[in-house]
Ligand binder design. Structure first.
Ligand code: VG1
Ligand code: CO
Length: 537
């Protein structure tokens, strides 16, 4: 019944910021997904007889890869596979399930915020026993295995029924199909004051949540509409293989329908959205969009309003390009703040060691020590908990935060699908110009960010070019590690403003001077052929 299939290595199966992401058509090549999954197993030790969690965001090709992953897990000797019903699990729910069941690890099928459908993207990611994305040590080992693979192990067996909750035997392996939402909803209930939130809704508070045709629909429907009784809250709540044509990236551009609604004068008081795999969040109040960096800082400052964090937080961690707003909160709370490279995998050690409790990224990612992934619905519930306790509007909460701490004006300009060679050329040229930039126009530091993990001492370099000014302003350039076509140049721009009288400025105009400098220093138009960014957040 076990089958050893001969195969040859594929080029480029290198995990990026968050797993291996490629066009669906690339994954559809015979043996492509199998090679990567076998390489994951080949880089791990000691899993025979143990459990593996498998699930994905429901995008096109999910159903196919879930089945082959189950067969391969069984053939490779896992004693148990825990799979979400219908092959579905949001990324944070998968992280929770790994931890709750003491699984050896998990395979998450997702390309997250990347578009789906037959012409869209697909992805595979391995999470370790702590529930978090595999650290670089493991992803490097997986990549090394993909270069030498010659066979993979599978079973000769038909697809099994994963649409019904229950247990199925596949060869020597037990496959348990679980409700993808139940455990996660129970975890949320243990963290937040659900009674206070339900009361908020009873008082007439209105919210819209945009599932963007992706994985969070069932989670949001069960929690917001089911538990809180807020009927009519969820829009685009059914996960679809092509996300209903949505680009499930919860930002002002792709969640426009939601934002227009909430920003309108008679709109709901609160709006939120999540991405393809449920780990990102967009927070917007009537008349007030909250930047992810501000959201992280506000959550850190108010976390003690939620039962699970009532004794305070141990520390705050943010990715390097995320604004420094959270650092100011940590300082006031008297707890440490950490600055890590981009990607949630770098928070894992800090969370495991209880050095940080709340973490966040400027890319709409916020989370805590409750799982080892960022968590979209968690962030929305945290905001609801804060709103329920403070009984102020989102706008009032944000503005009073700025009055207390000052405002970190912040924007990110993305230049998508730039020619790869030109993008690399821009970065190389920029790197070469760094020594000459110090001392010019107030720049006090110009470097390529590197990070030494304080827990395991691992070292990572080349994580983004930063220009730091004497007044704390920052310009950061890096190339995306999640795209599947050409290169995406990300330019992050930040300026601190202590004076409350200047907090009302529009973001792009407040940052205009720095934006011009950012474009000029990297010579973006000449180097990329692009006169303007494709997405501004
Ligand atoms: C992007 C974000 C990063 C995030 C990563 C995965 O990576 O910038 O902050 O951790 O996506 O998020 P990059 O390399 O493209 O900048 V998700 O929700 O796509 O898993
Ligand atoms: Co995601």
């Amino acid at each position: 019944m076990f089958e050893l299939v001969a195969t040859k290595p594929f080029d480029g199966q290198k995990p990026g910021t968050s797993g291996l992401r490629k066009k669906v058509t690339v994954f559809q090549q015979p043996h492509y997904a199998e090679n990567f999954i076998q390489s994951i197993f080949d880089s791990l030790e000691g899993f025979v007889g143990k459990s593996l969690v498998i699930g994905g965001d429901g995008r096109y090709y999910n159903a196919h890869v879930v089945q082959l992953a189950i067969r391969m897990a069984a053939a490779n000797g896992f004693g148990k596979v825990i799979v979400g019903q219908g092959g579905l699990l949001s990324t944070p729910a998968a992280s929770h399930l790994i931890r709750k069941r003491g699984a050896f690890g998990g395979i998450i099928l997702s390309a997250s915020h990347n578009p789906g459908g037959p012409d869209g993207d697909f992805g595979i990611k391995y999470n370790a026993g702590n529930g978090g994305p595999a650290p670089e040590k493991i992803t490097d080992a997986i990549f090394a295995k993909t270069k030498v693979i010659s066979t993979y192990k599978t079973l000769e067996a038909d697809d099994i029924d994963i649409n019904t909750v229950g247990v199925i035997k596949l060869a020597n392996t037990e496959v348990e199909v679980v409700d993808p939402v139940a455990d996660y909803a129970a975890l949320m209930q243990s963290l937040f004051d659900f009674d206070a939130i339900a009361d908020l809704f009873k008082s007439g508070f209105k919210m819209k949540f945009d599932g963007m045709g992706a994985i969070t629909g069932p989670y949001a429907t069960r929690i917001f509409e089911g538990i809180f009784g807020a009927a009519g809250t969820v829009m685009n709540g059914t996960p679809l293989p092509d996300f209903g044509g949505h680009h499930p990236d919860p930002n002002l551009v792709h969640a426009k329908e939601l934002c227009d609604l909430v920003l309108s004068p008679n709109g709901p008081a609160f709006g939120a959205a999540s991405d393809g795999d449920g780990d990102r969040n967009l927070i917007i109040g009537r008349g007030m969009y909250v930047t992810p960096s501000d959201s992280l800082a506000i959550i850190a400052a108010n976390a003690q309003l939620a039962p699970a964090y009532s004794k305070g937080i141990a520390g705050v961690a943010r990715s390097m390009p995320t604004s420094c707003a959270a650092d100011l909160v940590a300082k006031k709370l008297g707890v440490p703040s950490f600055e890590t490279p981009t990607g949630w995998k770098f928070f894992g050690n800090l969370l495991d060691a209880a050095m940080a409790t709340v973490c966040g990224e400027e890319s709409f990612g916020t989370g805590s020590n409750h799982v080892r992934e960022k968590d979209g619905v968690w962030a929305v519930l945290m905001w609801l908990n804060i709103l329920a306790k403070r009984r102020e509007t989102v706008e009032q909460i944000v503005k009073s935060h700025w009055r207390e701490y000052g405002r970190n004006f912040y924007t990110r300009h993305d230049y998508e699908e730039v020619d790869l060679a030109r993008a690399n050329g821009l970065m190389t040229r920029l790197r070469g110009s760094l020594p000459g930039l110090v001392g010019k126009g107030g720049i006090v530091k110009a470097d390529d960010f590197s990070y030494r993990d304080p827990v395991d001492n691992s070292f990572t370099e080349g994580q983004g070019i930063r220009l730091i000014y004497d007044n704390g302003s920052r310009i950061i350039y890096r190339l995306s590690g999640t795209g599947t076509a050409g290169a995406t140049l990300r330019v992050y721009i930040e300026k601190y403003e202590a004076d409350a009288a200047k907090h009302a400025q529009e973001t792009q105009s407040a940052l205009a001077q720095l934006i011009t400098q950012a474009n000029g220093i990297a010579d973006i138009e000449a180097q990329t052929g692009r006169a303007a960014p494709t997405v501004i957040t």
